[in-house]
Each structure stands twice: as structure tokens, then as C-alpha cells.
Design a protein around this ligand. Structure first.
Ligand code: G3P
Length: 209
């Protein structure tokens, strides 16, 4: 199990790493666009500011350019880069060609049949968007459970990395629903160790002392 930070903000990445229990970084095109930095330069900065895997997503939709972009991104740090490839039948062939040299995550997975095909294609990770799925389908945790069950039965070693998590409670629920790993926004990471009652207990300890 690992907890990663979902961010392309270098300062957030640096602070998350300083916590000592955040194992890597995930990015997405929306997060990268917010930084106004070229992808290569930004990924290089994230690699430098972090340790562990760095998940980065293809930026092109053009099939003839995707493989070259994938190999280029992977070459930035072959032992750390995991490629995020959006879920679509056409993209599964790309994923099958890239592995095993390049670990790949199928992202934006919303159904068991996508998971099944991705396992067969050799995906190392499946990324469901938990909160978005709850909003769009009704139950993002059920989706995590379904993907986890498919991956387990497929027996391919494919792991579930749950994303789009908005609260610490949703993080633990996603884990209990079957996620192997969680990627969390910085604000959620900063609240993972807190609870109102723990805070109250800490105040009471201080009063006794
Ligand atoms: O990387 C994709 C995932 O983190 C999306 O999250 O908050 O945009 O639903 P969100």
C-alpha cells in the first residue's frame, strides 16, 4: 500500500515528501496546465523534488504521436516514471506495446469491463476517480470494489490506485473498498492524521500535565 500526492505544484510535492510517508507523485494534464510550465521541465522538477514513482499522463491524443511521447516521458527517469494512459480501447494496444519496459496505468476507469481488458493488456495499475464516480454514477467506492475484484480474479498483479479523493474519510473508505494505493490532494494529505476528538484528547493531556 502506498499514499501518493496528486499535484504538479513543486512546493506541495516538496512539503509532502518532507512528511516522510508520501511515496510518490501523480499528475494529470489539468494539474500540469495550471503551472504554465512545459511538461518536460515540470516533470524533471517533480522528479528532483520527490522520490518514488512519478505518474505522468500522455498529452497527445494523436495515435501516431502517442507511442513516441510515451517513450520520451519514460526516458526522463526509466526507473520512476509510470505512464498514465486514458481508458479507451484504442489506447489498450498502446499499453500492450509499451509494457513490460514501461509500467503503465490505465486512468479514468469507470467500469469492470475496462479493467478486465486493461489487465489482459498488461496494465500495472487501474485508476478509478472515486469522488467523480460517486457524483456521476452514484457510488465510487462500489467501482473501486469492482475493479479490485476484477484485478484479483485476473491474477495479473494489476493494482488499484484510487484518485479523485476529497476527504480523509473517503481515502480510508477507498482503501477498505479495495484500493491498493491512494493518491490524494495536498489538502487531504495534511488532514490525514487529524480528528476533532484526537485534538480534544491532546488538549486534555496538556491540561493534566
Ligand atoms: O488525476 C485524476 C484525478 O485525480 C481527478 O481528480 O478531483 O479532478 O476529480 P478530480
Amino acid at each position: 500500500m502506498s499514499i501518493l500526492i496528486d499535484s504538479a505544484d513543486i512546493e506541495e510535492v516538496r512539503q509532502a515528501m518532507e512528511l516522510g510517508w508520501v511515496a510518490g507523485v501523480t499528475t494529470n494534464p489539468a494539474l500540469i496546465a495550471k503551472t504554465n510550465r512545459p511538461v518536460d521541465q515540470l516533470i524533471a522538477a517533480i522528479l528532483e523534488a520527490s522520490r518514488g514513482p512519478v505518474f505522468c499522463q500522455l498529452t497527445t491524443d494523436a495515435p501516431e504521436q502517442q507511442e513516441a511521447e510515451a517513450r520520451h516521458l519514460h526516458a526522463l527517469a526509466p526507473d520512476r516514471i509510470v505512464l498514465k494512459i486514458p481508458a479507451a480501447t484504442a489506447n489498450l494496444s498502446l499499453l500492450a506495446r509499451l509494457r513490460p519496459e514501461t509500467p503503465c496505468a490505465l486512468t479514468a476507469v469507470y467500469a469492470g469491463h475496462q479493467a478486465l481488458a486493461a489487465c489482459e493488456a498488461g496494465a500495472r495499475y487501474l485508476i478509478p476517480y472515486v469522488n467523480r464516480a460517486t457524483r456521476l454514477l452514484g457510488d465510487g467506492l462500489k467501482l473501486v470494489g469492482e475493479l479490485s475484484a476484477v484485478a484479483e480474479r485476473a491474477g495479473t498483479g494489476t493494482e488499484i490506485l484510487a484518485a479523485s479523493i476529497k476527504t480523509p474519510e473517503e481515502a480510508s473508505e477507498a482503501f477498505l473498498a479495495g484500493a491498493d494505493h491512494l493518491t490524494l490532494p495536498f489538502d487531504v494529505i495534511l488532514r490525514m492524521g487529524d480528528h476533532d476528538l484526537s485534538e480534544r484528547a491532546i488538549k486534555e493531556f496538556r491540561q493534566v500535565g
